[in-house]
Design a protein around this ligand. Structure first.
Ligand SMILES: [Zn+2]
Length: 205
């Protein structure tokens, strides 16, 4: 590690694929975001991931290296069984390892028990728009680091995170997070930003 950044320790216990009830809602949202290339693959690196909380301890998230796939099945979903932002440890199960960005999702779930879904997409257009239009944004810190966890906590200090359930990750190019009380809400938050961009560009035309 050359950047001196502490990364999470991932512990993975392979199990049977997750039941459909655990991931079908995620899959419906993912299909739409993939169609818009907000989730996908660029230069052979997958990007974008979605998660949904099961209970206070656990959430289900898209698996690692799935960005290129238009549709996912049970084998492609992972369950986070415990996470700890003090010891930087994540335990997961399922038929695949979770996205490495699971820790960003975990950090957001830690903000409030009312947060039940998290979406992470990549888009240069949305990211640039958010950074230049005073949307919430985390400091310029590497993703997956202690600094990033602190940056997310700092961003939502002294306010209900669900009042501003979106931010651009300044230190993670093209990276945008939205979240909500359910998946639909997190998805709509994202679409509202896209709406702002479309309105802005038609005003300029
Ligand atoms: Zn990302």
């Amino acid at each position: 590690m050359t950047d001196g950044v502490i990364k999470y320790n991932f512990h993975f216990t392979p199990t049977a694929p997750l039941p459909k009830t655990a991931w079908e809602e995620i899959e419906a949202v993912r299909e739409r975001l993939f169609a818009m290339k907000l989730i996908g693959e660029k230069a052979q690196i997958g990007y974008g991931n979605i998660s949904r909380r099961i209970d206070s301890e656990r959430f289900v998230i898209t698996g690692t290296q799935t960005g290129h796939l238009p549709n996912l099945t049970a084998e492609h979903y992972a369950q986070i069984d415990t996470w700890n932002n003090e010891t930087f440890t994540i335990h997961s199960s399922g038929a695949t390892k979770p996205s490495s960005e699971a820790l960003t999702h975990a950090t957001i779930y830690n903000l409030s028990p009312d947060i039940k879904a998290v979406i992470h997409i990549h888009s240069k257009t949305i990211w640039n728009f958010m950074l230049s239009h005073h949307y919430p944004q985390t400091a310029d810190v590497p993703y997956g680091s202690r600094e990033m966890i602190e940056a997310v906590k700092t961003l939502y200090r002294n306010q209900n995170p669900l009042d501003k359930p979106k931010f651009a990750m300044k230190g993670h190019e093209e990276g945008v997070m939205t979240f909500g009380r359910d998946l639909r809400e997190a998805e709509m938050v994202l679409y509202r930003i896209v709406g702002e961009i479309l309105e802005n560009s038609s005003n300029q035309a």
